[in-house]
Design a binder for this molecule. Structure first.
Ligand code: CLF
Ligand code: SF4
Length: 322
């Protein structure tokens, strides 16, 4: 182990304030225990992307965060606000509003317009987004202004030679870059952006798509870097073979587990990701955007009852929920 890396057991827990600790505890992706209790709503307001990953089929959602082979219906910011109002009135256990595509949220001005509208209407909710990180340094000010507190950056390699095998090209400040040159720009921006975001108090999750034969031996090096940067949690996702990577065999569950174990000493591992759609809402395990009206009603009733029941028990016990 290189000297500059601390094992996570050696590091003091991050210095988050009370408000951020509450947001983490109520975030179904950031806190494993929260996944059965609290939900998220994704607003699919961001169709454009500024890079081309080799495992991406562009008519579908961004697979750096979402489910492959799925096409979410794009909403305007106003439609997204209306949808949020409607969904939250019925499912108050939703605590997080996320923008995760269908493209890259930072490549769409609608992302910020939507967050502005949501923040005004629901100031207590956690605002979350995911990005490929290309525009992170220049958009960080906007991210902070609209009040995003949990941010996912996909980092599939920190070695430009490896990244060049994963991303075909990037579009950056009006120019197309390919190969190692493109990879160097993206990695530099991702790492600089993550460092600055951590310093600004944003809680960072990093997604890494595990591509056998391409970055599988390299992922632990990424984890060491995340440790150094102060990243809160890492989500190692399996490749779904499509696009230019259609012929690469995805990792087995055992292979992914072994990589997660190797990374765990450096950065907390997320193991409950559902690779949700860019328009998913509800609990992670119950995407209500894909359910019949009857089933949604059932969940609403059950969940409200559950919440009330828990509230009553707590009142009787005279203590807050653990
Ligand atoms: Fe959405 Fe992502 Fe925020 Fe969660 S999802 S933007 S951090 S609110 Fe969660 Fe879904 Fe996995 Fe993403 S289970 S795909 S990790
Ligand atoms: Fe596709 Fe997402 Fe990669 Fe963009 S960042 S090319 S939407 S997988």
């Amino acid at each position: 182990m290189p000297e500059e890396n601390n094992l996570i057991s050696d590091i003091d827990s991050p210095k988050f304030g009370e408000e951020l600790l509450r947001k983490i505890a109520e975030h179904p992706c950031y806190d494993r225990k929260a996944q059965h209790k609290y939900g998220r709503i994704h607003l699919a307001v961001a169709p454009s992307c500024n890079i081309q990953c080799n495992f991406c089929v562009r008519e579908f959602d961004c697979v750096n965060e979402s489910r492959p082979g799925v096409t979410s219906k794009v909403l305007t910011p106003q439609e997204a606000l209306e949808k949020t109002k409607q969904v939250l009135a019925e499912y108050p256990f939703i605590k997080v509003v996320g923008i995760a595509g269908p493209g890259d949220p930072l490549a769409n001005k609608e992302t910020f317009e939507t967050f502005e509208l949501i923040k005004k209407e629901f100031p207590e909710l956690t605002l979350c987004m995911s990005t490929n990180g290309l525009l992170l340094p220049e958009k960080l000010e906007d991210i902070l202004r609209v009040g995003v507190s949990t941010l996912t950056v996909t980092i599939n390699a920190i070695d430009p030679e490896i990244q060049a095998k994963i991303v075909d090209h990037i579009m950056y400040h009006g120019k197309i870059y390919r190969g190692v040159e493109a990879a160097e720009i993206q990695i530099k921006n991702q790492l600089e952006g993550v460092r600055a975001a951590v310093e600004a108090g944003v809680v960072i999750k990093v997604n890494t798509v595990l591509v056998p034969g391409v970055n599988d031996k390299h992922v632990v090096e990424i984890a060491r870097k995340l440790n150094e940067l102060g990243v809160y949690i890492m989500n190692i996702m399996p490749l779904i073979n499509q696009g230019a990577f259609a012929n690469i065999e995805p990792p087995t569950a055992e292979e992914r587990k072994a990589v997660q174990q190797a990374c765990e000493p450096y950065v907390l591992q997320m193991r409950h990701c559902r690779q949700c759609r860019a328009d998913a809402y509800g609990l992670l395990a119950q995407d209500m955007s894909q359910m019949s009206e009857e089933r949604r009603k059932l969940i609403k009733i059950q969940t409200k009852e559950d919440i009330e029941k828990v509230g009553e028990i707590l009142k009787e016990d005279g203590k807050e929920e653990a």
